[in-house]
Design a protein around this ligand. Structure first.
Ligand SMILES: [Fe+2]
Ligand SMILES: [Fe+2]
Length: 264
């Protein structure tokens, strides 16, 4: 096992948490809607893995070891959240995952082809993917934290806190990979900068309906705390070589908040 993945590959410990009775108290409907989105995306990780393995990332044993352990951990995040959703009468688990995958397949039929062909003409796609992974893990971790504080339920906070700790391991790996690859290649810096500027969307975009992604972004990140979290993530991104001055997360929050204002 490589030093960078030593912390990874652990099934989430939840045996002491009463997941199957929904923590004994109702959770609010917006919280359950966010949890369902998170469940869906955690369980979609295996499809992100498929796309990543179509790039040259599959030739780097540091990365393949990470991806193996990462996929395992994300799966158990989804499983734990599924138990909470089921206890509250919300669709979750294998049937729900089947529906999510089927819906995403019809919308994203060409995504694997884009990764396969993109990798053939653009070796920097691995750097873009590592940087993308960092941003998505940072936003996911921040989202869990905000959700826990907004709901204020100690047992939900305990569950999400444990998930957040594992997301921290994912952040550390993706950040180290992104930094090293960006430092090594001016071309990778240019391509990644352009990709983040033009193409980055919050995780789950293209997998779940836009209205669902927008709801989660608005619910979690449009408050002062959410905006501060978005700005903090953007500062992390801007500290990477070649990515100075970028603020993709704040821009995404502004876009969704702007749409809400127009609709009001
Ligand atoms: Fe996760
Ligand atoms: Fe993660």
């Amino acid at each position: 096992m490589h030093a960078s993945t030593e912390r990874l590959g652990h099934r989430l410990v939840v045996e002491d948490l009463p997941l199957d009775d929904g923590f004994g108290l109702p959770l609010s409907s917006p919280t359950l809607r966010c949890l369902q989105y998170m469940h869906d995306i955690e369980q979609y990780t295996v499809c992100y893995l498929r796309e990543l393995l179509l790039t040259d990332a599959h030739e780097d044993p540091d990365v393949t070891e990470f991806l193996t352990l990462w996929n395992f951990e994300e799966h158990w995040h989804g499983e734990a959240i599924a138990r909470v959703l089921t206890a509250h009468g919300w669709p979750a688990g294998p049937e729900r995952v089947r529906e999510v995958l089927a819906a995403a397949k019809s919308k994203g039929r060409l995504r694997p082809l884009v990764f396969f062909l993109g990798n053939a003409v653009l070796p920097e796609l691995v750097t873009v993917s590592m940087t993308w992974g960092m941003v998505n893990e940072l936003t996911t971790q921040a989202g869990y934290g905000i959700l826990a504080r907004r709901e204020g339920h100690p047992l939900l906070s305990a569950l999400l806190g444990r998930i957040m700790r594992q997301e921290g391991g994912h952040i550390a790996f993706y950040t180290a990979q992104a930094r090293a690859r960006l430092e090594a290649s001016p071309r990778a810096r240019r391509v990644t900068r352009l990709a983040l500027q033009r193409l980055w969307k919050p995780v789950g975009h293209g997998v779940r309906p836009v209205a669902e992604t927008d709801f989660v972004v608005r619910h979690l990140f449009s408050s002062p705390e959410g905006r501060e979290a978005a700005a903090r993530i953007d500062r992390n991104i801007a500290r990477l070589p070649g990515l100075e001055g970028l603020h993709p997360v704040t821009s995404a929050v502004d876009r969704v908040a702007g749409q809400a204002r127009l609709a009001a």
